[in-house]
Design a protein around this ligand. Structure first.
Ligand code: NAD
Length: 244
């Protein structure tokens, strides 16, 4: 059997890097799809994954047409997509009273529209080949809501509905669709939190610490395994017990 081809969007970010490495160590050919532009960041990532079967490709996941071209390019260079991890995400926090329409729309486009864009262009191929694994990276905010994150929580909760619906549509076709909902994980996103907020957050986590990127990567590797075919439409919270 040829190697499975996996794409991880936001693949050079905090969680994305760990997910790429875990999937490559599981024997996948991995494409880290991320915004073009920051050459230093890309070079750092390439150093970190040196020797692994991981390739960086530029992609703006909020563009439907760019996702179509991307899926074609991947097929040409590496083979058809077997595994899609919709991980790219942004925050534009604000209370609703102050939230601009752009803050709402950008967060919906990147966190939720992206899953539609990439799945829409890769799902037919998965169904034709009788195998696919899709994992959508949601958030504990999509389960409990979060102050200042009406846009982000709406997008992340939307991913759950998307996941369950697509899981039903593909359940008999060898394709599974699941979501992973991280709690607070140590990445640049959470390192930007003020110390007081961070300490308060940590004190509310039953496990007593923030998560590590690898905690999420292991969950994604588990759900994308070839023999994980009986898990679909599920949400796997990885949050140290923060929300249960
Ligand atoms: P991060 O900022 O380190 O990584 C996000 C990546 O997405 C970046 O590399 C960024 O360049 C990329 N990206 C942004 N917009 C894009 C676009 N339009 N097209 C392609 N790529 C784009 O953040 P992270 O902490 O690694 O978060 C990864 C995912 O996990 C996100 O969906 C985030 O919402 C979710 N999440 C993170 C945490 C956490 O504690 N870090 C908690 C819950 C959920």
């Amino acid at each position: 059997m040829s190697k499975r081809v996996a794409v991880v969007t936001g693949g050079i970010g905090g969680l994305g890097s760990a997910i790429c490495i875990a999937l490559a160590r599981d024997g996948r050919t991995v494409i880290a799809a991320d915004l073009p532009g920051d050459a230093d960041r890309i070079a750092r990532f390439q150093r970190d994954v040196d020797g692994l079967d991981i390739h960086v490709m530029p992609l703006d996941v909020s563009s439907f047409d760019a996702c179509a071209a991307f899926v074609r390019d991947v097929a040409q260079h590496f083979g058809a997509l077997d595994i899609v991890v919709n991980n790219a995400g942004i925050t534009r926090d604000s209370t609703l009273r102050k939230m601009a329409p752009e803050q709402w729309q950008q967060v919906l486009d990147v966190n939720l529209g992206s899953a539609f864009n990439l799945c829409r262009h890769s799902i037919d191929g998965m169904i034709e080949r009788g195998f696919g694994r899709i994992v959508n990276i949601s958030s504990v905010s999509g389960q409990s809501g979060n102050f200042g994150q009406a846009n982000y929580a709406a997008a992340k909760a939307g991913l759950h509905g998307f996941t369950m619906s697509l899981a039903r549509e593909t359940a008999t076709k060898g394709v599974t669709v699941n979501s992973v909902s991280p709690g607070y994980i140590e990445t640049p996103m959470t390192r930007a939190m003020p110390d007081a907020v961070r300490e308060r957050t940590q004190s509310q986590i039953p496990v007593g610490r923030l998560g590590q990127p690898n905690d999420i990567a292991r969950a994604v590797a588990f759900l994308t395994a070839d023999d994980a075919g009986y898990i679909t439409g599920a949400n796997l919270p990885v949050n140290g017990g923060l929300f249960m």
